[in-house]
Design a protein around this ligand. Structure first.
Ligand code: HEC
Ligand code: HEC
Length: 457
């Protein structure tokens, strides 16, 4: 709350300041000293609450190692053909390169994965999981349906949420395994060996039984028993539950996938050489004239609020609203939240396309330009950038477009005019948010996992 008020006041201040002197209006040659550029950028970023990231407590090694195995083991899916890494592949920056993910019964890896025998795509784009354990996060997922409060967690699991979870990532790790499309499979389905999928036989509302059966599966494998013992030396074997697996999955993500050393982070720490002049000019636009930081502010470059920016509606849709996806509304049931999605944090955004909650844009520049004039972007949306089966799901009627635009965020109603050069500068700034190591995390992938199932898809 304090932060919100603070950002609000700062926004007002900036509006006043930039009304008198246009602090972002510099041209290439008019910039006499890079000193001036730096001081203006640092000042603007500071005004938007964009400080350094806090450091994180390194989880115990044995716990993270158990999590690394679980993350890559297809044994966690009822059908034994999907692991967390299927959709969050370390070879592909912890995502799958698809607009909308394909879970159970799909085939192939990353961007090459195809539907094969899968029933439907996931309604959302598989977000990266890098940095999601940072203390700055109040909530995760594109509608913030998992959040932390002073008294615990908010989650779609309601009363089924077990005790003893370490953090939001652990809460999250309980959910893909109970989702029939992502990892569980249908009742009566078979696993890849043609054996009955014993996990999926459970009724839809009995998540605790799914977790119990998964744990039985894991503890049939001596190597897992050993890994659990090493990770939890003080917990008797009969007391181990899937909560311990979830905490280990979270520990792995925190330990292997936290990066706070992008060029931008180095710049914030005082290394002025870390950014090119082009990226710095992009930063000035981002925090100034292009108004990006009205929403993408604070240390994560996200206000962690929800906005309707009128992204084209594609995919199977969510819950009772299908084929529409009403975003935050599915969490709050408040009409004013229809079509609102979380402002995405932007570190590593350049390497994690396709972009938006549903991967509607396969080009970063198009995702940026969408914001400059959402009505124009929506009207001229090029559906051919999508995979053919997703193209068919595009909801492009005038009716739906006007519904989306009716509640467009006020900040985006007046189009922002930027030249192509300025958009390129903003792109260079977004590129500077990329951690070099995040480009290739292959070395973290285990050669094999305790179940003996293939690690690759
Ligand atoms: C079938 C694909 C699929 C599988 C398998 C899958 N995920 Fe995801 N994951 C997604 C999608 C799609 C989202 C975004 C959902 C949304 O925003 O509503 C997501 C979101 C997340 C997030 C939140 C990221 C953020 O930005 O807030 C985390 C963390 C995560 N997944 C971890 C896992 C873990 C751990 C596993 C394995 C237990 C797993 N996922 C399995 C598709 C998948
Ligand atoms: C009114 C608030 C708001 C403003 C202003 C804003 N954004 Fe966004 N931005 C969002 C929201 C909300 C999304 C996610 C929409 C969705 O997923 O449907 C988003 C998505 C993005 C994405 C895609 C991220 C991803 O991981 O898929 C990028 C890149 C981006 N914004 C950059 C910018 C830039 C650059 C500007 C300034 C030109 C800007 N934004 C201005 C709210 C805003």
């Amino acid at each position: 709350m304090f932060n919100k008020v603070r950002y609000g006041l700062l926004l007002l201040l900036i509006a006043l300041v930039s009304g008198c002197t246009d602090i972002t209006n510099i041209d290439d040659d008019g910039e006499s000293s890079s000193n001036g550029l730096d001081s203006r950028l640092q000042k603007l970023a500071g005004q938007m609450g964009t400080d350094n990231l806090q450091s994180i407590k390194e989880p115990p090694e044995a716990k993270a190692e158990l999590g690394r195995m679980l993350y890559h083991d297809k044994l966690l899916s009822g059908t034994k053909d999907v692991s967390c890494a299927t959709c969050h592949n370390l070879k592909h920056q912890t995502t799958d390169g698809q607009s909308l993910s394909i879970g159970v019964d799909g085939q192939g890896e990353g961007p090459d994965r195809i539907m094969a025998d899968a029933n439907a795509r996931n309604p959302r784009n598989a977000t990266i999981v890098i940095n999601r354990g940072l203390p700055e996060y109040h909530a995760i997922l594109s509608d913030s349906r998992i959040a932390k409060t002073k008294s615990g967690f908010i989650s779609p699991l309601g009363d089924d949420l077990p005790e003893g979870l370490d953090n939001m990532l652990a809460v999250q790790a309980l959910t893909p395994v109970i989702d029939r499309g992502e990892m569980l499979g249908e009742q009566g389905s078979e696993d890849v060996f043609g054996e009955p999928n014993e996990i999926a036989m459970v009724e839809d509302d009995n998540s605790p039984e799914v977790w119990r059966r998964l744990m039985l599966r894991l503890m049939e494998i001596p190597e897992y028993v050993q890994l659990f013992k090493e990770a939890y030396p003080n917990v008797p074997e009969e007391e181990l539950s899937f909560v311990h697996a979830a905490n280990a999955l979270a520990a792995f993500q925190i330990s292997a996938l936290t990066f706070t050393d992008s060029p931008w982070d180095q710049y914030l720490e005082g290394n002025q050489e870390a950014l090119s002049r082009k990226a710095k000019r992009g930063g000035l636009l981002f925090f100034g004239k292009a108004k990006c930081a009205q929403c993408h502010n604070g240390p994560l470059l996200s206000d962690q609020e929800h906005h309707n920016i009128a992204v084209p509606q594609i995919g199977p849709g969510k819950g009772e609203a299908a084929p529409l996806d009403l975003g935050r509304y599915h969490v709050t049931n408040q009409e004013i939240d229809q079509f609102k999605f979380r402002t995405p944090p932007l570190r590593n955004v350049a390497i994690t396309g396709p972009w938006m909650h549903n991967g509607a844009y396969t080009n970063l520049k198009d995702a940026i330009k969408h914001h400059l004039d959402p009505e124009h972007a929506l009207t001229n949306y090029d559906v051919t950038q999508l995979a053919p089966d997703i193209q068919e799901t595009y909801l492009g009627s005038d009716d739906i477009k006007s519904k989306l635009l009716e509640t467009l965020d006020p900040a985006l109603i007046t189009p922002t005019r930027l030249t192509e050069k300025e958009v390129n500068e903003i792109t260079a700034f977004l590129n500077s948010l990329t951690t070099p190591e995040a480009q290739n995390l292959s070395s973290v992938i285990p050669d094999s996992v305790p179940s003996g199932l293939p690690v690759d898809d």
